[in-house]
Design a protein around this ligand. Structure first.
Ligand SMILES: O=C(CO)[C@H](O)[C@H](O)COP(=O)(O)O
Length: 306
């Protein structure tokens, strides 16, 4: 490839549990395709897949990252950017981004997605909308036909704290059930873990999780507009018609070996499903917004930056 450079390999690529390996595959493939030398203002999303995005960007080398600015979608990605030694910016300085890469909780076959599992959906949507290209990276569990199939806990909705009870009533009237058919809780104000009281977002807001029946989830854009019109709602974790492409890492084969990589990825294993060891040579399914579908058979250990 003209004008591109291949980086030397050095340290071995860590063997990861299957789901983590899939996240890494998706992230590496998306960075390789969407973060080139000409991309200077880059949005970094939230969640457990995004650390691999940062790893791959760092692996592009100091030269590639010269003059780049990275804009985070929240506290977690801000820390990632700082710890990686990349230059931090904010969306008020950079209201136009070249590309934003982010995770998702579920993606349907039209590239609509549920986001906000990490309570970051307001900033995530601002950075998705501000970017010329918005790309989703996820593992195979997020790849769905219909939103709400695997992500059953509901649409994350960020609300002004004083309005939460009114919005809960509005959502119940719209058809969000108090209990799911499985018997699990339905419509809820998200509560903190290891903290008494509700989750408070990076913007000082509360989060409501609102599941809806399949007939309503089948029309996510309609649902998004209805929820967004409720007074007190700040942002809805439904992202419709925004993604250029979604990258899904598939489950790798269950034997173990290691590959080489030019750096040690900063692996956040807090969400790792420790079911099996997996390798780097799983496949990646790509769904593009023109309806085309691609299948990558492998992802190179070192990035080729063009
Ligand atoms: O929307 C998000 C946070 O608000 C995340 O992007 C989403 O929860 C996906 O996270 P992970 O990569 O850990 O599956």
């Amino acid at each position: 490839m003209e004008g591109s450079h291949q980086l030397p390999t050095s340290k071995p690529l860590p063997v990861l549990p299957a789901v983590e390996a899939a996240k890494r595959l998706a992230a590496f493939a998306a960075v390789d395709r969407h973060v080139g030398l000409k991309h200077k203002i880059i949005g970094i999303g939230s969640g457990s897949t995004v650390p691999y995005v940062v790893d791959r960007i760092v692996a592009q080398g100091a030269q590639a990252n010269l003059g780049r600015v990275f804009v985070p979608t929240g506290f977690q990605s801000k820390e990632l950017i700082i710890k990686a030694g990349l230059v931090l910016g904010d969306v008020d300085q950079y209201p136009k981004l070249d590309v934003t890469i982010d995770g998702a909780d579920e993606v349907d076959d039209q590239l609509n997605s549920i986001k906000g599992g990490g309570a970051c959906q307001l900033r995530e949507k601002v950075l998705a909308e501000a970017a010329e290209t918005w790309v989703i990276v996820a593992d195979y569990r997020k790849n769905s036909k219909l939103l709400g199939t695997n992500w059953t806990q509901g649409i994350p909705i960020e609300v002004a704290p004083f309005a939460y009870a009114k919005v809960l009533t509005n959502l119940a009237d719209m058809g969000s059930p108090a209990t799911l058919p499985s018997g699990k809780p339905g419509l809820t104000l998200r509560m903190g873990k290891m903290k008494a009281g509700p989750v408070v977002s990076d913007n000082g807001m509360f989060i409501i999780d609102a599941p809806f029946p399949p007939e309503l989830m089948a029309k996510p854009e309609e649902l998004l507009h209805k929820i967004k019109m409720l007074t007190g709602v700040v942002e809805v974790g439904l992202f419709c018609n925004m993604a250029r492409a979604a990258y899904f890492g598939n489950e790798a084969s269950r034997h173990t070996h290691t590959h080489s990589l030019s750096h040690e990825p900063a692996v956040d294993k807090t969400n790792a499903d420790a079911d099996t060891d997996a390798v780097q040579d799983g496949t990646v399914s790509i769904r593009n917004n023109d309806g085309s579908v691609e299948q990558l058979q492998s992802v190179p250990d070192v990035p080729v930056v063009a």
